[in-house]
Design a protein around this ligand. Structure first.
Ligand SMILES: Nc1ncnc2c1ncn2[C@@H]1O[C@H](COP(=O)(O)OP(=O)(O)OP(=O)(O)O)[C@@H](O)[C@H]1O
Length: 778
């Protein structure tokens, strides 16, 4: 027996849906992943003693749809995250408290304002809360200290003789190294209630109202840490709201609101509003100072059009009624006004839909580069919105002038790189850095956000900040403002999948095995008793390695959903080769719950928020550990329990599967799984045994790089696989093949009768039997 088969055997069967809470059954009252039971604030005990009101739990809400069908938890209602804000005790005007058991208790509006205003924490309390929520905030690079160092070094050099200079340099290097090792940790006052945004940070009342209308009440970990950091103002002459490791509120730790931020926080943890709220608030205060300011002052870059348009929607909801506008970079729109003679472009090159193809999954398209503009066109509209959201290529194309020079964007004060690690990955890096460099304001503040961030990204960020500053200094006509630090905020364990989902790693041996396994997921009743088959109710996503494989798998499964349940309209494929309008239409239908199974590539692996998604199937193993974290992070969002991530692997994947197995194990450890006994705290199990992890080969650095770049090589040869076709997904639908097989069977049976013999199929047609499939890997 193949030892690797055991990997799937050791995985516990996922509980049947009846006993399981699913992501599609609606929002959870508390979206936090860690430290939920850490009673917070001086009022925590008082609140605890209040009597819990009956019938306040979300589960008591009248359901419009049967739970199993309400995939998106009432997607039509804006306040779907928590309770309806208009209902008494469920939002607006009331404060709800989340207890360990998920029940809610309420407080009066007066209580809420009062407690939020009073809520302050001493240093120990801040530390305790931040640690309970697994938040770590450090100053990565403090340029102010560096500048003082280099000034001192200059003075020393002059004073001492030449032979001592070397020693000074050595000491300086050692000092720098030491500082890097002992990064100064910060303990900002945690945001434990959204009401504090108004009472403690004075955000615009309209913005506060919009947050409330979204139904957000309990801040997630990343919001708990990042919002106070980004909203706090440096208090001149006063004490900082942020204390540092050594407890000194000295000038060098008083970073209030003035720094660049690199944030690593789990998928679905609400990073989008964590960067949008401070931007909108800052734009609103700037607006008062210079109400005539026009054009974008904040740029948000995202790797795909789907994610960019989702961010625009979120921004519009938060900025409703404030006068701040958010817009998506569209074809033919300009960001800076250009002189008439410079207006030229090939409209087709703007916002090209193929940009997302540059993601690892569709990497053949990665060869495409920003096309040079050609031909003349008429003057286009100039973006007037304050917040511009774009994919890197679309924005760069709009900024390119005749001769390839990139126009500058001196008015941009906020630059956000959402999914920063992929934006700074070789595929997008050139474009992203060109945009970053084009933002020439010395007051620019950069935010880099992702669920995964390698140390190479940190290094690249520091390098970019340094080189940008050097070039600003060399071209500045007046003195530059002092440099601000770079801060890093990490929630939980870096590069780990969220702990609230169940992982299943299934050995399928061959491509045929994977198809069989997938069909078992689609028809779970047939295998209800199986120990190794997880339950996976729609809606779910299926990821493949390449576009042709996604298309082929879609054709294969087209008729697998019975007509009574909606048939082929329930299953769709989405990839970067489709037109923008087709992509938008599919996204809308999937969000509405009309499509149940969506087959896609890594195009949808990052950032895209389908709230009630019950699971993710990695039909093809992801190209890296980070890709796994992002793909599976499409389920279990905002703290929802019950999401399932199924990964099929074959013999070809074995050299690389350790990456995935390690991520699963780390995520299960995070969840509180006790090592060795197989029993988890949250109904999970230790699905990857230590000895099996040891048995798996560790991929070399080169293998990892190649995998990231190209995926499993054998799988790319869809047609050219030496005639064996082992990597091929049949493009004939299962239904058509069954019909052909049955026809074949009927013919041979009738031949058998004529011949007087009785072949194996004589007189018997097994409709739908998996053993009748002959098309796998044909
Ligand atoms: N405080 C909150 N309470 C409840 N729901 C929230 C809260 N904050 C955000 N959400 C919801 O959580 C979901 C995920 O948020 P978001 O898309 O910002 O996650 P993310 O951290 O950017 O994830 P990814 O890393 O996958 O991009 C969204 O549906 C959002 O509306």
């Amino acid at each position: 027996m193949d030892v690797f088969k055991l990997l799937s055997r050791t995985s516990k069967a996922t509980p049947a849906p009846s006993s399981q809470k699913l992501p599609s059954s609606g929002a959870v009252a508390n979206p936090q992943l860690f430290g939920r039971d850490a009673a917070e604030g001086p009022h925590a005990n008082a609140r605890k003693s209040r009597k819990r009101k009956r019938g306040q739990d979300k589960t008591d809400l009248p359901a419009e749809l049967p739970v199993a069908l309400d995939f998106f938890g009432g997607a039509s209602q804006p306040a779907q995250h928590t309770e309806k804000p208009t209902q008494k005790g469920r939002g607006q005007g009331t404060k709800s408290e989340q207890h360990q058991d998920g029940a809610l208790e309420t407080a009066s509006p007066e209580d809420m304002e009062e407690s939020a205003a009073e809520e302050d924490y001493d240093e120990d309390e801040r530390k305790r809360i931040l640690r309970a929520h697994k938040l770590k905030i450090v100053i990565l690079e403090d340029y102010k200290v560096q500048e003082i160092d280099s000034r001192d070094r200059g003075k020393e050099k002059k004073k001492r003789k030449k032979d001592k200079v070397e020693k000074i340099e050595r000491d300086a290097k050692a000092k720098k190294k030491e500082r890097k090792k002992e990064k100064k940790q910060l303990f900002p006052r945690p945001l434990t209630d959204f009401a504090q945004l108004r009472t403690a940070y004075g955000i615009s009342p309209r913005l506060a109202e919009n947050i409330k209308e979204q139904g957000y009440k309990v801040p997630t970990e990343v919001q708990l840490g990042a919002l106070p950091l980004l909203l706090s103002k440096r208090r001149d002459g006063g004490r900082s709201e942020i204390s540092s490791t050594n407890g000194h509120d000295s000038a060098d730790t008083d970073v209030g609101g003035d720094f660049d931020l690199l944030t690593v926080a789990p998928t679905g943890s609400g990073k989008t509003i964590a960067f949008l709220i401070p931007i909108i608030n800052s734009l609103l205060s700037e607006e008062k100072a210079s109400s005539n300011a026009k054009g974008p002052r904040a740029v948000i870059i995202a790797p795909t059009k789907e994610l960019a348009s989702q961010i625009v929607n979120e921004a519009r909801k938060l900025a409703r009624g404030t006068g701040i506008k958010a817009t998506l970079m569209r074809k033919g729109v300009e960001v800076v006004k250009r002189p008439e003679e410079d207006i030229e472009d090939d409209v087709d090159t703007l916002g090209t839909s193929s940009e997302e193809d540059r993601s690892a999954s569709d990497s053949e398209a990665g060869k495409r580069t920003a096309k040079k503009p050609k031909g003349r066109r008429r003057r286009a509209d100039v973006v007037k919105a304050a917040i511009l959201v774009a994919t890197p290529l679309a924005l760069l194309n709009a900024l390119k002038q005749q001769g390839g020079e990139v126009s500058q964007l001196p008015s941009i004060r906020h630059l956000v790189l959402d999914e920063a690690d992929v934006l700074l990955d070789p595929l997008f890096c050139e474009q992203t850095l060109a945009i970053w460099t084009a933002c020439t304001s010395p007051l620019l503040r950069v935010g880099l956000w992702s669920a995964t961030m390698g140390s190479n990204i940190e290094d690249l960020t520091m390098q970019t900040l340094n080189s940008r500053w050097t070039s600003l200094a060399s071209s500045a006509t007046e003195s530059l403002p002092p440099r601000h630090p770079l801060i890093r905020l990490v929630v939980g364990l870096r590069d780990t999948a969220i702990p609230n989902i169940t992982h299943k790693l299934i050995y399928a041996a061959t491509e045929q095995g994977k198809l069989l396994g997938l069909r078992q997921l689609l028809h779970p009743t047939a295998t209800a008793s199986s120990e190794t088959t997880p339950w996976l109710l729609p809606p779910f996503l299926i990821f493949t390695q390449t576009i042709p494989r996604a298309i082929a798998l879609h054709s294969e499964l087209l008729y697998d959903i019975p007509p009574e349940a909606g048939g082929s309209s329930r299953i769709a494929v989405l990839h970067a080769d489709l037109s923008s309008s087709a992509r938008e239409a599919i996204m809308t239908r999937f969000r509405r719950g009309e499509i149940w199974v969506l087959i896609t590539t890594d195009l949808l692996a990052r950032g895209v928020d389908f709230r009630g998604l019950n699971g993710v199937v990695n039909y093809d193993v992801p190209n890296s550990a980070a890709a796994y974290v992002h793909r599976v992070g499409r389920t279990g969002r905002a703290g929802r329990e019950g999401g399932v991530a199924v990964t099929f692997y074959t013999k070809e994947d074995i050299p690389y599967i350790k990456n995935v197995a390690n991520v699963i194990r780390a995520s299960e450890n995070l969840r509180g799984t006790k090592s060795g006994d197989g029993e988890g705290e949250v109904g999970g199990g230790e699905s990857i045994k230590g000895w099996l992890l040891d048995a798996l080969p560790t991929p070399t650095k080169r293998e990892k790089q190649m995998l990231k770049k190209r995926g499993v090589e054998a799988r790319r040869r869809v047609k050219d696989d030496g005639g064996k076709g082992t990597m091929r997904i049949s493009t004939k639908s299962g239904y058509d093949r069954r019909r052909d097989n049955n026809l074949q069977g009927a013919k041979s049976a009738s031949r058998g009768r004529v011949d007087g013999g009785a072949g194996p199929r004589a007189g018997k047609v097994d409709m739908g039997s998996e053993s009748d499939f002959e098309g796998f890997g044909e």
